[in-house]
Design a protein around this ligand. Structure first.
Ligand code: MRU
Length: 367
């Protein structure tokens, strides 16, 4: 997507500089900075400390991390070390393990002399595939917005979203935002309610994205969605996901479950947009079997923003010494989900629905 007049992806390999570059999300939405990742430690830190974030982008970053490491040491032992190091950074988004597994499979039979080249091509392929999957998700999700718009006689379709499942959470387009971008490009009137998404306020990233694309939106507290639904101000909820089980349970940013409950109680359709690498075919029961990341309590007790003097600053919001807890994700049971919007089409959040759409991939997991 565009930042100013320039089209960016969230991560790319700059051939002229011979460097992997990221849009550094530590500073967004306050400042737009690009950072080069060099060492294994850089890549691991970037994922763990959320310089990059969002399930598909985490996977793409890991693939580039392997590509860089294969220039330094192409041995089997180092491939394993690099995969283990990157895999230990964040536990919930399955795209991380998916991308690393793909690297290991692709490289295991490649001669050491060729590994760096093959690994770089694979990272670029993973990125290109992500962009195309997300573009397709947008076209499929657009039909949902069109159907609602047809009933609204020109009034905007009100969409609520949680967290940032936007283009900077993927390589481009985003998952939940892709239908919004397609709707805007098709001149369909939409308005987006953006949950702030405490504690890290990823909603501010979504506001930055949608603002840059000229999409009407309002930033709301995490507690406002139920109220807006009760009063008929939400036509549709679309979120992303970090891991979806073969049965259709959706693990996503903390607070997603509460939005799904409110949507269910108010007959508001609740859709989840996801590329197929976000499906964990080995897991059926999301509540029992998906690891939920526990992030630092300081993310809850402290908050970052731009101060009146223009400086990016952090302040404490709690009394000194208050203990915080910070579970970063929750699981929305499949029964609360209206449909899953994938690159191959929209399906029900059921084992049958997912298997029918992905007969080839569904063989990968335990039944
Ligand atoms: O902790 P984050 O910011 O990485 O969490 C991101 C989300 O929960 C997104 O909704 C999810 O990764 C989907 S991104 C297309």
């Amino acid at each position: 997507m565009k930042v100013g007049d320039t089209h960016y992806r969230s991560i790319w390999y700059d051939t002229a500089k011979d460097a992997v570059q990221i849009i550094d999300q530590r500073w967004l939405p306050h400042d737009f900075r690009i950072t080069a990742l060099e060492t294994l430690d850089d890549f691991a830190t970037a994922i763990r400390d959320m310089w990059v974030r969002g399930a598909p982008l985490i996977g793409a970053t890991a693939a580039y991390g392997i590509a860089r490491e294969m220039r330094r040491d192409r041995s089997d032992a180092h491939l394993q070390t690099a995969c283990d190091t990157l895999n230990a950074t964040r536990p919930t988004a399955i795209n991380l393990g998916w991308a690393l597994g793909r690297c290991q499979t692709a490289l295991k039979d490649v001669a050491e002399a060729d590994r760096a080249k093959v690994a770089l091509q694979l990272a670029q392929d993973i990125c290109d595939e992500d962009v195309e999957m997300n573009r397709q998700i947008g076209l499929n999700g657009l039909q949902i917005i069109r159907d609602i718009a047809a009933r609204k006689d020109g009034a905007p379709v009100n969409i609520l979203t949680h967290c940032n499942a936007g283009w900077i959470a993927t390589v481009d387009w985003g998952t939940a935002t892709s239908p919004m971008y397609h709707a805007a490009n098709a001149n369909l009137p939409i308005h987006v309610w953006i949950d702030e998404t405490r504690p890290r306020n990823q909603g501010a990233l979504t506001a930055w994205e949608l603002g840059a694309h000229g999409i009407s939106h309002a930033y709301i507290t995490d507690n406002a969605g139920g109220h807006l639904m009760q009063h008929g101000h939400v036509d549709l909820v679309i979120t992303g996901t970090d891991r979806t089980t073969r049965a259709g349970d959706v693990c996503n940013k903390i607070g997603t479950y509460l939005k799904a409950l409110a949507a269910h109680d108010n007959n508001v359709p609740f859709y989840v947009a996801l590329p197929s690498p976000t499906i964990d075919w080995t897991v059926s029961d999301g509540l029992a079997d998906i690891p939920i990341e526990a992030r630092p309590a300081s993310e809850v007790t402290h908050i970052q923003g731009t101060a009146r003097n223009g400086q990016i600053s952090e302040v404490r919001v709690t009394p000194e010494g208050t203990r915080g807890e910070n579970p970063a994700f929750d699981v929305t049971p499949a029964r609360l989900i209206t449909g899953l919007v994938t690159e191959r089409g929209i399906t029900s959040a059921t084992p049958e629905g997912l298997t029918a759409l992905f007969p080839d991939l569904s063989q990968n997991g335990a039944l």
